[in-house]
Ligand binder design. Structure first.
Ligand code: P1T
Length: 385
């Protein structure tokens, strides 16, 4: 769906873009359009809607709003983050190579390695925090560079503008997975990325009650191809799921501010605790990506990882001891979650270049009272000290 240019503020667009009151009833919340099909006045004569896989009014409203929030001309909603990623990777010509960052969500690794790698797309893991090294060691035949920033789960920061320049010099696209930052904190297209992907399951939806994905692009031709793929392959979200993401977006700015503030409070505890060997959060001045994050992000986000001093055993024990932080996969919602990436979200990367340090614990810091989150983590850390 194409979004009209709109220079209103982020929070205004989150609440109003693509969401005018219903022209027939005045309903302030546009109705959820659950119809799968739409009456035609004559063969091929209709109001712009034919069949809901191809286009649906609730999905279109979400796509317009999210495209606007990413500062993109075009947006496409999908049934999951991985479905969105798949739609982008399907645009690669036969045999084209992929560069994947040295750290990424385990499911993205699995998609690129086991699905695209297995069907003739060679891929290489490259540390994208060093754009000059990428340039110097550019793998021949690469047509897409796939970057997360901050990365899942090691919280590395990639300089989007620098990596975009290298990718473009070599005739490749830069795709940025903006799931960890959300468009409130970071807008990769404005920094030179060609494509933005999201797991809408995370901060965009924000309430752990919907699985979804999203792709944003500026290029009109790429948009036509993505729209074709969305319809031809058909991994589209239901109207109710679209509504849930849309509803989540209305508070995205408020939630992100609170996620960031709570992360700061949690990091203060972790940084001083004897059970913690290293804290990985781009807001820390000694984080190697701190200056880049300061430049390309509005704030440092609600995701925090740390390495337990006692290694894997201690990391697992901490994950099993918190009470308010729920032990669960996923992230980006109002409630705080804790997990052990090596055994959970990133188990598929074991033994690969993207394998995760076994002592690593990942926190998705929610928007509960900061003091309660800190107290909960403190008791879990104290128990393993
Ligand atoms: O789960 P899905 O909506 O398909 O999104 C996949 C995905 C894509 N990109 C990033 C950066 C992600 O973190 C994810 C999903 N991640 C988890 C479920 C997790 O716990 O890390």
């Amino acid at each position: 769906m194409t979004s009209a240019s709109d220079d209103r503020g982020f929070e205004t667009r989150a609440i109003h873009a693509g969401q005018d009151p219903d022209p027939f009833t005045g309903a302030v919340v546009p109705p959820i359009s659950i119809s799968t099909t739409f009456a035609q006045q004559g063969v091929g004569r209709h109001h712009g809607w034919e069949y809901s896989r191809s286009a649906n009014p609730t999905r279109a409203a979400l796509e317009m709003c999210l495209a606007s929030l990413e500062g993109a001309r075009h947006g496409f909603a999908f049934a999951s983050g991985l479905a969105a990623e798949d739609a982008v990777l399907r645009q690669l010509p036969a045999g084209a190579g992929i560069v994947l960052g040295g750290d990424a969500y385990g499911g993205t690794f699995r998609l690129i390695d086991k699905v695209y790698g297995a069907s003739g797309h060679p891929w290489t893991a490259v540390d994208l925090t060093d754009a000059a090294a990428l340039d110097a060691r550019w793998p021949e035949g690469t047509r897409v560079v796939w970057a997360e920033t901050p990365t899942n789960p090691a919280m590395a920061v990639v300089d989007i503008a620098a990596v975009a320049e290298v990718a473009h010099d070599h005739g490749a696209w830069l795709v940025v997975d903006n799931t960890f930052a959300s468009p409130f904190l970071q807008q990769p297209l404005a920094l030179g990325a060609d494509v933005v992907v999201h797991s809408a399951t995370k901060y965009l939806g924000g309430h752990s009650d919907v699985v979804g994905g999203f792709v944003a692009v500026d290029d009109d031709d790429v948009a036509v191809r993505l729209g074709f793929t969305q319809n031809a392959v058909g991994s589209v979200p239901s109207p109710i799921d679209c509504y849930l993401v849309q509803r989540g977006l209305k508070t995205l700015g408020l939630r992100m501010e609170r996620h960031c503030d709570n992360a700061r409070a949690v990091v203060d505890l972790l940084a001083d605790h004897p059970a913690v060997a290293r804290v990985l959060w781009p807001g820390l001045p000694d984080h190697p990506g701190h200056d880049i994050a300061k430049r390309q992000m509005r704030d440092f986000g609600g995701m925090v990882s740390f390495v337990a001093r006692g290694g894997e055993e201690a990391a697992v024990a901490i994950c099993e001891r918190t009470e308010l932080f729920t032990l669960a996969e996923s992230l980006g919602a109002v409630e705080s979650l804790i997990e052990h990436p090596a055994r959970m979200t990133h188990a598929s990367a074991a033994g690969s270049a993207l394998a995760v340090e076994p002592g690593l614990v990942r926190l998705s810091v929610g928007i509960e009272s900061a003091a309660d989150l800190v107290a909960d983590l403190r008791q879990a850390l104290d128990a393993v000290s």
